[in-house]
Ligand binder design. Sequence first.
Ligand code: HEC
Length: 185
Amino acid sequence: MSSSDKPGVLHVYDDIEEMDNHLPNWWLFLLWTTLVFGFGYWFYYHVSGMGPGSLETYKAEKAEAAEVARKAAASKPVSDEALLALMQDPGAVDQGKAQFTQQCASCHGQKGEGLIGPNLTDGFWLHGGKPVDIHKTVSEGVVVKGMPAWGPTLGAERVRSIVAYVLTLKNTHVPGKAPQGEPEQ
Ligand code: HEC
């Protein structure tokens, strides 16, 4: 280590002059801003509980994606495949179950075991047990026999989720109203 006579130069090594200058203000500004931001971020998201956590964000995004998928499914034409696919969607089935309890259980029983309306859990159907048949019965009803048409009241999306739920009841054989109609297949 050797020193130089030049003002401000502390050491010279291999002709490299080292000085101890003041750090540039733009650099200090960045340093302090990132420190303040980092501290604020940590406090907001990890300490205070005010900011949404990653799990909540993930759940919100997942729910949003499911909603988008459901809307996309609802805009497709009704088919056995589409309804069976909807039956695999727990969100749609839950929504359907809630509607069933409200709108259908008074005539078909809480578990679909039948009351005024037929048992939906046996293997027998008056109007067909295929997904599209059930969809038709639910949306158009059998008005003369006391089964209301639900399409106009509830709208296409709710009817589909109800049908998805009714499909989960199929062949669960809850004891209730005696079988009516024809066995399926
Ligand atoms: C006011 C009573 C009543 C309500 C409420 C009602 N249903 Fe029905 N439902 C009936 C009756 C009665 C029948 C039988 C019609 C017939 O004899 O042809 C029936 C038939 C059906 C069938 C056809 C069963 C078969 O064997 O083919 C399905 C499916 C069905 N209802 C689903 C529903 C759903 C889903 C809801 C709710 C959105 C609902 N029903 C609400 C009275 C009702």
